[in-house]
Design a protein around this ligand. Structure first.
Ligand SMILES: *Cc1c(COP(=O)(O)O)cnc(C)c1O
Length: 380
């Protein structure tokens, strides 16, 4: 698909006057160099919003995952359970620590880690004398994993939980905010995420020591000495003060942006409500932030496949994307161990992610809905 100004993007950034004001003010304040008061304030504001005491601003969600995993002790020789249905950064962060990911399949209704499979996998690893070092959950497309079941399972073995909440800022689960469920959690503020700093991320934790260590490692593990003293391997992972200012402006608008995404999701739910063989992923979760909406098409019942709708929309300059290709199907992870039910492969084959950005105009949303209606009419 060629993109141009007419193209409806999957999830474009939603920035305006408020963001300009905040970034300009930060620029004029002179706090250009890495850290500064906007970074401190952004960390405080995100921590308060999520209800977790410590937050460390970082230059990507991937960096946040890496430091979170280091924080729970993941390293060479360790196994970390990771959902196979996710973006590659989740699994890569495990490999950065020297640990090895073990993939587990998903609940077909939500695309999130299947608690039954997790239970048998943890038991199996425990019995084999190679217990998991950590369980890394993903809140896929902004719908929280099933923490009612997953947390007691992890606690039962004393295995720390790390939450990849990269896609889930603004979502809740039984009244608790995404980003508050693990020993540590990671948010992403990448350009396509619900809240963007153009690039950035944050680690959240209620463990003061883990937070302090993450902060230390993120600054090249520099010890307090004039001459640049280093006792261990660090990283250049801190979020810049200027980008934190952008994040603060976005955070003021978080509720409004979530509301807008939910309205777009609801419009999709309505148009597909009476279409046989079509459902929305995680449709039963009203507390999802609806970062993106994915339809799942059973071609035998619907009489058409997800790819046909994708082609129809692409020809009309509407961007869509398949649901993530599972990690166990990626050449990078072809040799990894995986506990599978087939659910993730089916979602990859039958799913389609539709445009969901809060920057979509009412006109663009109507256009997408009209194109979908035209497609559905043609298949009746
Ligand atoms: C975006 C994303 C990440 C990585 O975040 P970056 O900020 O791009 O490094 C990790 N996990 C998931 C599930 C994501 O969607």
């Amino acid at each position: 698909m060629l993109t141009n100004s007419q193209t409806v993007l999957l999830s474009g950034p939603d920035v305006g006057d408020l963001e300009q004001d905040y970034v300009l003010a930060a620029l004029r304040s002179g706090w250009i160099a890495p850290v500064g008061p906007d970074l401190d304030a952004f960390e405080r504001e995100i921590a308060d919003r999520v209800g977790v005491p410590h937050a460390v601003g970082l230059n990507s969600g991937t960096a946040a995952l890496h430091l979170a995993l280091l924080g729970v002790g993941a390293g060479p020789g360790d196994l970390v359970v990771v959902p196979t249905l996710t973006f590659v950064a989740t699994a890569n962060a495990v490999v950065y620590t020297g640990a090895t990911p073990v993939f587990a399949d998903c609940d077909p209704a939500t695309g999130n880690l299947d608690p039954d499979l997790l239970a048998s996998l943890l038991a199996e690893l425990h019995a084999a004398g190679t217990p998991a070092r950590a369980v890394l959950t993903v809140d896929l497309y902004g719908s929280c994993a099933d923490y009612e079941r997953i947390r007691p399972l992890c606690d039962g073995y004393g295995i720390p939980l790390v939450e990849d909440a990269a896609e889930a800022l603004g979502a809740t689960h039984r009244g608790r905010a995404a980003g508050s469920f693990g020993r540590a959690a990671a948010f992403s503020f990448n350009g396509n995420k619900l809240l963007t700093t153009s690039g950035g991320g944050m680690l959240l934790t209620d463990d003061a020591e883990l937070a302090g260590r993450a902060r230390h490692l993120a600054g090249q593990a520099r010890l307090p000495a004039e001459h640049y003293e280093h006792a261990e391997l660090g990283y250049n992972y801190r979020l810049s003060n200027l980008l934190a200012a952008l994040g603060r402006a976005q955070l003021c608008r978080l509720d409004e942006m979530v509301e807008r995404r939910r309205a777009v999701h609801d419009a999709y739910a309505k148009i597909f409500a009476h279409v046989d063989g079509v459902r929305l992923l995680a449709d039963a979760d009203p507390a999802a932030n609806r970062w993106l909406t994915a339809v799942v098409v059973d071609p035998d019942r619907a009489g058409w496949a997800a790819g046909e709708l994708a082609a129809h929309l692409a020809a009309r300059n509407v961007e869509t994307r398949p649901i993530f290709k599972p990690m166990h199907l990626q050449p990078l992870y072809a040799d990894a161990r995986a506990s599978l039910s087939g659910a993730a492969e089916r979602l990859f084959r039958d799913g389609l992610v539709l445009p969901g950005g809060s920057a979509l105009t009412g006109e663009q949303v109507r256009r997408v809905l009209d194109e979908i209606a035209e497609f559905l009419d043609g298949r009746r």
